[in-house]
Design a binder for this molecule. Structure first.
Ligand code: ADP
Length: 542
């Protein structure tokens, strides 16, 4: 079954159809009418109030019309034909009143009146008035020769029916206008939109989403959440299983943002989509459906790929000449015959090549994180020694800024980690602490251990971090306001890399900070490799 066929099976699901008139199937309305008609007759028979042939004729007409509604293929015949049924009902009601009591059938005029108003609008109201007057009121007046009570009954039933028909026609017209406005808005946005009901059945979608559906389900879709198709994960090659399909998650009342998928398998036409979902609840808070939005992010994803390739190849290309510059500058520094000024200049060259090498390393690292290509070589490592070495490396910079550097650690702390990567973590945190602490401040590195984890805490008395910035601190290229305002150099890669290494070891990193007073970054690493590290937030807010 194709998507369009699926749509046909569930009615047309595109947004335009929300605004179109529903097909005027008269079966339900006619059945209700027949039931009330029968009730009127039964009650009148019970009171032995029915006399003469007309009420029975009316009943025969209503029964016949009801049967007809169940055999006529309404969807295939002209839309005005149900009018005949409504007028037939009015005629039957007119006849039914023609006995000695007049019965209560006149009030049933409201039913065809509502139907005519609902499906035929103002012309339907006119039909109600004319049909009601000619088929119900007039026969009654002729039969009873216009006596007072009957006159009032005829006139009031007609007036009530006309009013009901008018109110219905107005309400439907307004509703349809609102629906058309909504449909126009829904169709005008450049985002695929879809509605699910409480059972996960597709209710409606805009045309943009229909295009995505054709890519994802070229063989058709049954209109139920979670159906498998050509839907791939972020890597573009792994098929998304049912329980991870955005529609399945939304149908199980999950709300989410920016779940990225690829739809389609043709490399030229496939699209990357960022999907968000919001749940609809009824007044009692029960799940009543969900709305999903699909944003096309193909260009963005392709640009990211190109950027990563570019960064990766440029970094590789830069590495070789940098290593060579650094090496030769170091060789020169080993000479004893260097004039003092040349030595000072060379030291500047070495310092800056060091910085450049670190930056290139960070860029490469960031690309590897994206590609999930980070590898850790875990060996038994003395964490205390790693920390002391990092602090030693930061000492010249700390001394230059008159910052006191202190380590509180046990003499030895063996742990199975990747020593180079963990050294990178401590280096990043200690060098940040020194960098963001004004002259005269203090940086303390504490290493502790408890039953199932090791904690490295780097505290400073520096500029601190605004609460609003803390959530984004670990995002690539993010720099907090204080750093930018005080023109402290940096690119915003270090903490992102630090977090990826810590989490790659099954650990967590948190930050506590107060602007103007300082910050504490806390890294927790599991002793046993088990990632249960207590209640701290995974993204390090403090
Ligand atoms: P960089 O230091 O190169 O800018 P990082 O990723 O290491 O990049 O840090 C990101 C941002 O976090 C910094 O720009 C700075 O605003 C803030 N930050 C990091 N460490 C500290 C600290 N110890 N004190 C205050 N702010 C810090």
């Amino acid at each position: 079954m194709s998507v369009r066929e699926a749509n046909a099976g569930h009615g047309d699901l595109t947004a335009g159809s929300w605004a179109r008139d529903r097909f005027a199937d008269p079966r339900a309305a006619q059945s209700v009418c027949a039931a009330l008609f029968a009730l009127d007759l039964v009650l009148r028979f019970a009171g032995e109030a029915v006399s003469g042939p007309w009420p029975r004729t009316g009943a025969v007409i209503v029964v016949a019309l009801t049967l007809v509604t169940y055999v006529v293929p309404w969807s295939r015949i002209p839309g005005w034909v149900p009018v005949v049924v409504a007028l037939g009902d009015l005629a039957a009601m007119g006849l039914s009143r023609l006995d000695d009591t007049g019965g209560g059938t006149g009030i049933l005029m409201v039913l065809p009146a509502l139907y005519l108003g609902r499906y035929f609008g103002r012309p339907g109201v006119l039909l109600t008035v004319v049909g009601g007057a000619l088929l119900v009121s007039l026969p009654g007046l002729l039969y009873f020769q216009g006596d007072g009570p009957n006159l009032s009954r005829s006139a009031l039933s007609l007036a009530v029916a006309a009013l009901a028909s008018f109110a219905m026609a107005e309400a439907v017209t307004r509703l349809q206008l609102q629906q058309r406005v909504s449909a126009a808005i829904i169709e005008s946005v450049d985002v695929g939109l879809m509605l699910l009901d409480e059972h996960g059945t597709y209710q409606a979608m805009n045309r943009r989403h229909l295009d995505f559906m054709h890519l994802a389900f070229p063989d058709g879709h049954a209109g139920k959440a979670g159906q498998l198709g050509l839907v791939y994960g972020l890597d573009g090659t792994t098929l998304v299983p049912t329980e991870e399909m955005p529609t399945y998650l939304a149908a199980h009342s999950h709300e989410f943002d920016d779940v990225r998928i690829w739809v389609g398998d043709d490399p030229v036409t496939r699209r990357a989509l960022s999907v968000s979902a919001r749940v609809v609840r009824d007044d009692a808070g029960r799940f009543a459906g969900a709305a999903l939005a699909y944003k096309d992010v193909t260009d963005f994803m392709r640009a990211l790929e190109v950027k990563d390739e570019f960064v990766s190849s440029v970094s590789h290309e830069l590495r070789t000449p940098l290593t060579s510059i650094h090496g030769y500058a170091m060789l020169l520094l080993e000479r004893d015959d260097l004039p003092a000024q040349a030595r000072a200049h060379l030291e500047v060259v070495v310092r800056n090549t060091d910085r450049l090498q670190r930056l290139v390393g960070d860029l490469l690292h960031a690309v590897q994180v994206d590609e999930d290509a980070l590898h850790f070589e875990r060996v038994e490592t003395d964490l205390t020694q790693v920390v002391r070495q990092a602090v030693l490396a930061a000492e010249p910079a700390a001394r230059a800024c008159q910052i006191t550097l202190r380590v509180e650690a046990p003499p030895r702390l063996p742990l199975k980690v990747d020593p180079q990567r963990i050294a990178q973590v401590v280096d990043n945190l200690v060098s940040n602490a020194v960098k963001y602490t004004p002259a005269g401040g203090e940086v303390v590195v504490q290493v502790g251990i408890d039953a199932n984890r090791v904690e490295i805490a780097v505290s400073d008395t520096g500029v601190g971090i605004d609460a609003a910035d803390r959530d984004r601190l670990f995002t690539r290229f993010f720099r907090a306001r204080q750093a930018a305002e005080q023109s402290i150099q940096g690119v915003g890669l270090g903490l992102n890399i630090t977090r990826s290494i810590v989490e790659g070891h099954g650990g967590r990193i948190d930050v506590e900070s107060e602007v103007g007073r300082g910050s504490t970054f806390r890294v927790r690493l599991p002793l046993s490799g088990s990632p249960d590290l207590g209640p701290s937030s995974p993204h390090g807010t403090g």
